[in-house]
Design a binder for this molecule. Structure first.
Ligand code: NDP
Length: 444
């Protein structure tokens, strides 16, 4: 048994019910084998055993009162996974599906993603099984205040800096920040994704989606392909999907489909993003409303069918495991030549194998969607310096960071002789820096 196989077998035995965490760990660990072949000293220091174990997990109850005066109780979590290269950093997810397995998978991915940004941030993730959908603003506020009352003991601008994720956007970050400030009596950059009037960074809202397209452009150009003129399908219609669509369209692609958790729209003329923004950002309504404004488009109930739409480039931007083996095969059959992951772990391991086998250009999430956290780190810098950069400055930095991430991933592939395979490239490039820092800091 190799060192990697040994550690993974132990992980499986100790965490039998954490399927998402095991899936993420499997993908990461097995692509790190070339690193361990080169560095036998890592095994002696039990580096991998330490890497897959979170430094700390905080779990707490979140009681709050709904608009009918009924007491509700949710679960709250923060996984402080790894602080080798900086304070813990990673989003908060509010979604009924949230559990420890999902947060541990997201936290593990986040360590490497944050390392790839080249910025000094460690990895963490948190959230709650609270469902913001259908709740009034007052209910969301009371929930956020209760959640932060406990979380505030464990975070800080130099300790752990949460941000948004599924179900946590500008409104939630505002309520969370307000409560932190009230409890701790300090005005610091303890959260990112803040509003522009209280310490937020210009461009943060757009950063993950734009960053995804900057990365995909690098990947295409590196392989002698053009971005413009391609037909794209984007799943989701949240923060990442909307700004991926905006940048893809700006780059000359035609985005023909988007979705939410109920179904998808197909618009052969290209998605009208103003209509989507009005539905999702202003009215918080369902994507099915799109066909009322654009009668030439069609709406189909259920999400999975979105991957049966013919496209050149697929950009999954909704949630984990949304492209399975079957969907991957259909995409390939329909002529897809590139896949860029905006969501975290949207492709199953089997789907990735299908893409690999068919030589599809594949941009894995931890590299391709790192633009969000990179811009969060830029927000932290601006908060510390007490100044704000212009939108143009932020996008210039973001584009430079995405270019560097692609170059570092490609260089890691070269260094370890894996061929141009960005799954290997991203895992290895991200891991090298964390491993080096962990070795330097002793057995901690
Ligand atoms: P949002 O909450 O803004 O949007 C999520 C979108 O995905 C919505 O359209 C939602 O539909 C859909 N969705 C959520 N869960 C499911 C599900 N189980 N099945 C089908 N569709 C679903 O989240 P974000 O856009 O912020 O996040 C999307 C993905 O990107 C996540 O994987 C997140 O971890 C990742 N990500 C986000 C970053 C950020 O900066 N926001 C940074 C890096 C990664 P509905 O409205 O019906 O729920």
């Amino acid at each position: 048994m190799t060192y990697v196989e040994e550690v993974y077998a132990k992980l499986e035995k100790e965490n039998p019910n954490e399927k998402e965490f095991l899936q993420a760990a499997k993908e990461i660990l097995f692509s790190l084998q070339p690193v361990f072949d080169k560095h036998p000293e890592y095994q002696k220091a039990a580096l991998l055993e330490r890497f897959v174990e979170p430094e700390r997990i905080i779990m707490f109850r979140v009681p709050w009162v709904d608009d009918n005066g009924v007491v509700q109780v949710n679960k709250g979590y923060r996984v402080q996974f790894n602080s080798a290269i900086g304070p813990y950093k990673g989003g908060l997810r509010f979604h009924p599906s949230v559990n420890l397995s999902i947060l541990k998978f997201l936290g593990l991915e986040q360590i490497l993603k944050n390392s790839l940004t080249t910025l000094p941030i460690g990895g963490g993730k948190g959230g709650s099984n609270f469902n913001p959908k259908g709740k009034s603003d007052a209910e969301v506020m009371r929930f956020c205040q209760s959640f932060m009352t406990e979380l505030s003991r464990h975070i800080g601008a130099d300790v752990d800096v949460p941000a948004g994720d599924i179900g946590v956007g500008g409104r939630e970050i505002g309520y969370l920040f307000g409560q932190y400030k009230r409890l701790r009596d300090e005005y610091t950059g303890v959260l990112t994704g803040k509003g522009l009037t209280y310490g937020g960074s210009l461009g943060r809202k757009e950063a993950t989606g734009y960053g995804l397209l900057f990365f995909v452009r690098e990947m295409l150009e590196y392989n002698g392909k053009k971005t413009n003129g391609n037909v794209a399908v984007i799943s989701g219609s949240g923060n990442v999907a909307i700004y991926a669509c905006e940048k893809a369209t700006e780059m000359g692609m035609k985005v023909v489909a988007m979705s939410d958790s109920d179904g998808y729209i197909y618009d052969p003329n290209g998605i009208n993003l103003d209509v989507v923004k009005d539905i999702k950002e202003v009215r918080r309504a369902r994507i099915s409303e799109y066909v009322k404004a654009v009668p030439t488009a069609t709406y189909t109930v259920g999400c999975k069918g979105i991957w049966t739409i013919k496209c050149d480039i697929a950009l999954p931007c909704a949630t984990q495991n949304e492209i399975d083996e079957e969907s991957a095969k259909i995409l390939v059959k329909n002529g897809v030549f590139a896949v860029g992951e905006g969501a975290n772990m949207p492709s199953t391991l089997e789907a990735i194998e299908v893409f690999r086998a068919n030589k599809i250009l594949f941009a894995p999430a931890k590299a391709a969607n790192a633009g969000g956290v990179a811009t969060s780190a830029l927000e932290m810098s601006q908060n510390s310096m007490r100044l704000s950069w212009s939108k143009a400055e932020v996008f210039e930095k973001l584009s430079g960071i995405m270019k560097a991430i692609h170059a570092n991933c490609a260089a890691a592939c070269e260094k370890y002789g894996t061929g141009y395979d960005l799954v290997y490239g991203a895992n290895i490039a991200g891991f090298e820096k964390v491993a080096d820092a962990m070795m330097a800091q002793g057995i901690v």
